[in-house]
Design a protein around this ligand. Structure first.
Ligand SMILES: C[C@@]1(C(=O)O)OC[C@H]2O[C@@H](O)[C@H](O)[C@@H](O)[C@H]2O1
Length: 469
């Protein structure tokens, strides 16, 4: 059986991780332009000043995507190229660059799937409180409307935010992302609320434009499973799903926060300062979402945490989602299981965990339309006789595509798959060591591009619409 005729086979990237040209053509500074240059913050001091120079080489890169037969390309717009100060004057050269990228995609029949925010925030806004300041939410809605008006005639698939839990959690709890704040739960939850509010307002604005495209949000999908049937561990898994998944998915799909979390926040004094207008905006627009984007890499296996409160000690290493760390509130701990397989970065490889999680989402939210907006294997790819023989990546993606095909047969409304990443790119915390791409970038030879084994494999899967999987 082939994948449905309208299922999109795609691959993804993000502006800060590929573009470079960090200070060219009127682009404003972002939080990451500054944060990445603070000693110790990134692996080996890597930063996105050049990245893989996609800003100057986008035609070459998109031509390679076309050669792969890619049906859709998910990329993000750097807000600071459009509005250098976040909410001031428009930078025409920024509009020009993304118009060129979109037109280059359409030249090859590649469907552009655009993320408005993939973590690079204009510095002016970060310095004014970032996502804990409602100004940023209001500025985002203005920025989004400019993008809709400029690109909406050709872009019909829009993602507002990528992985809110990551930029808020790493920004305000772990300190591994800007603004580098640790253990500030009040700011963490406040930031998530303003993101959900900005998302809801943006959906409302988009729908009023009658562009007849799709809009949604992309969340991490990290289904939590108890390590055994012990009651306290089952409770721990429920707690993890409430804070890591339902806190994020409920306001988008149900228009309200999960009571399990909301009540605990009240007890702990972590409730965001929200207004009735904000809560009503979230409620009023929940039904207008066209899809939810899932970034799935792994599940987590959890047990009740009994250790003294080590949840407050953080480092870059404890911020990479590897198992063995306590939750931010110390309630549970993730566990590395003897009978599971893991990547070099300690992420469990579990297509079955994905399928079980999809059914959990359907049980809770009904028949919602979904895209897998990221999935892939971060690895140090083997190079044999000059060829990048990334067989582990082929196996990883193959197993997950098989499960996606099965999920569709079981009634899960999945409309597309975007491998992370289309091309090797800068990893926020792992520099260029952790590769994800179908296309290799040689940092020892002028960033030259080279097709990996997986490039040819994915081309075949797309051509045959995954019939053999
Ligand atoms: C933490 C990490 C990684 O480096 O493995 O997860 C997978 C992938 O998620 C994406 O949303 C990030 O933009 C990208 O950089 C990757 O980040």
């Amino acid at each position: 059986m082939k994948f449905p005729y309208d299922f999109l086979f795609g691959a993804a990237s993000a502006s800060y991780q590929i573009e470079g040209a960090w200070n060219e053509d009127g682009k404003g500074k972002t939080n990451w332009d500054v944060f990445s240059k603070i000693p110790g913050k990134t692996y080996n001091g890597t930063n996105g000043d050049v990245a893989i120079d996609h800003y100057h080489r986008y035609k070459e890169d998109i031509k390679l995507m076309a050669e792969m037969g890619l049906e859709s390309y998910r990329f993000s717009i750097s807000w600071a190229r459009i509005l250098p100060t976040g909410d001031g004057e428009v930078n025409e050269k920024g509009l020009e660059f993304y118009n060129n990228v979109i037109d280059e995609c359409l030249k090859y029949g590649i469907v552009p799937f655009v993320t408005l925010y993939h973590w690079d925030l204009p510095l002016t806004l970060e310095e004014d409180g970032g996502w804990t300041n409602k100004r940023t939410a209001d500025a985002f809605v203005k920025y989004a409307e400019i993008c809709f008006q400029s690109f909406g005639d050709r872009v019909k698939h829009w993602i507002t935010f990528n992985e809110t839990v990551m930029f808020c959690g790493l920004g305000y709890l772990k300190g591994a992302h800007p603004p580098g704040i640790q253990n500030d739960e009040k700011k963490y939850f406040q930031a998530t609320h303003y993101v959900f509010y900005a998302h809801a307002k943006t959906v409302e604005v988009y729908k009023k434009l009658n562009h007849y495209g799709e809009i949604g949000i992309t969340h991490v999908f990290l289904p939590a499973y108890s390590i055994d049937d012990k009651h306290e561990n089952v409770v721990a898994a429920r707690h993890a799903n409430e804070y890591e998944t339902f806190w994020y998915y409920d306001p988008i799909l149900k228009g309200e926060y999960p009571s399990y979390v909301a009540e605990q926040l009240k007890e702990k004094g972590w409730t965001p300062s929200w207004t009735e207008e904000e809560l009503d905006t979230i409620k009023r627009n929940a039904g207008k979402n066209d899809f939810i984007g899932l970034n799935y890499y792994q599940p987590i296996r959890v047990e009740k945490n009994h250790e003294a409160d080590s949840s407050k000690e953080h480092s870059r290493e404890t911020s990479t989602l590897a198992p063995g760390n306590p939750s931010f509130d110390g309630f549970y701990r993730t566990v590395k299981m003897e009978d599971k397989t893991y990547t070099k970065w300690g992420w469990e490889i579990s297509p079955q965990g994905f399928l079980d999680g999809l059914h959990m989402l359907k049980d809770r939210y009904g028949d919602i339309m979904m895209y897998v907006t990221e999935n892939g294997l971060g690895d140090e790819d083997p190079i044999i006789d000059g060829e990048i023989v990334d067989v582990p990546r082929i196996k990883y993606i193959e197993e997950h595509l098989k499960v996606i095909k099965r999920a569709i047969k079981e009634g899960i409304h999945l409309k597309g798959y975007y491998a992370w990443s289309v091309i090797d790119l800068l990893s926020w915390l792992n520099g260029y060591k952790k590769q994800y791409g179908f296309i290799y970038v040689d940092h020892h030879d002028h960033l030259n591009r080279k097709k990996k084994l997986s490039f040819h494999w994915y081309k075949h899967i797309i051509e045959t619409r995954g019939e053999e999987l």
